[in-house]
Design a protein around this ligand. Structure first.
Ligand SMILES: Nc1ncnc2c1ncn2[C@@H]1O[C@H](COP(=O)(O)OP(=O)(O)OP(=O)(O)O)[C@@H](O)[C@H]1O
Ligand SMILES: [Mg+2]
Length: 246
């Protein structure tokens, strides 16, 4: 599996995140059974797969929330097994978790102001957020919990970008959103990647991610079973693993 990842990453690539034969679980329950995964600098990797395959667990390992029980996690060439989420965040890893991770009782502006810990001035964070997402500017005084699902996802992206991440980990951007909204959000993902941010996105399956990803991997029962170009992976994915045509 590793040779396939390297071939897809291309000659001379710089690895931002590498998981090699990673195992992890919750207490006595094993969930990851030897995951190989590579995010090359400046590329977008989509990690796809059905319910319970271990996708979110993989992101938890990558962000330091869950220590691997075996295998290696490398971030920009450094061995980071067991590093805390804080340490990884300082090294440039930023996660947008399932459910978006915003503060529903705070306004848009207050949510953005909570993201100043990375050192950028508040006003600059707000200006940059509203420039990228004018809708957030219009709604700056609205409580985040009353935003539409798409607007909430914009807010979580804006908060993530305020930390100047090197690696963005995104869990189910498309969850609960209409396809047209998902497509627009993925246009933003493509723009963020074009600015040089490396991105690992988890989706059960979202058509829109295939247009944005450089590499797509399919996870089945705690292992990466297939990795390839999105177009090549999409064909087998739909019938074989998910049994849907969504
Ligand atoms: N905190 C936890 N404690 C115990 N088991 C857990 C915990 N979180 C996840 N699991 C189990 O680990 C397995 C993988 O879960 P995970 O959330 O990684 O899957 P997923 O691929 O993200 O699925 P989905 O597409 O439904 O989000 C599942 O069987 C799940 O029940
Ligand atoms: Mg999940």
């Amino acid at each position: 599996m590793w040779a396939e990842w390297e071939a897809l990453a291309g000659p001379g690539h710089r690895p931002v995140l590498e998981l090699r034969d990673v195992r992890a679980g919750y207490g006595a329950i094993d969930v990851l059974f030897g995951v190989d995964l590579l995010v090359p600098a400046g590329q977008v990797v989509a990690l796809l797969g059905a319910n319970g395959a271990g996708k979110s667990t993989t992101l938890k390992v990558a962000s330091g929330l869950l220590p691997p029980t075996a295998g290696c996690v490398h971030l920009m060439g450094r061995h980071v097994n067991g590093a805390t989420p804080d340490a990884l965040a300082r090294a440039g890893v930023c996660t947008i978790p399932e459910g978006r991770g915003i503060f529903p009782n705070l306004t848009v502006r207050e949510n953005l102001r909570m993201a100043t810990h990375a050192g950028r001035p508040r006003q600059e964070i707000e200006d940059r957020a509203y420039e990228r997402f004018p809708r957030l500017g219009e709604r700056r005084h609205q409580v985040a919990g009353t935003l539409s699902g798409g607007e909430q996802q914009m807010l979580s992206m804006a908060r993530a970008l305020a930390t100047d991440p090197a690696l963005l980990l995104l869990d189910e951007l498309s969850m609960g959103l209409a396809p047209i909204i998902v497509e627009r959000l993925y246009d933003h993902v493509a723009a963020i990647a074009a600015e040089g941010v490396s991105i690992l996105i988890v989706e059960q399956f979202a058509h829109a991610v295939m247009g944005v990803a450089d590499i797509a991997a399919v996870m089945v029962h705690g292992r990466v079973e297939q990795v390839g170009r999105p177009a090549d992976v999409a064909g087998t994915l739909v019938g074989t693993y998910l049994g849907t045509s969504s």
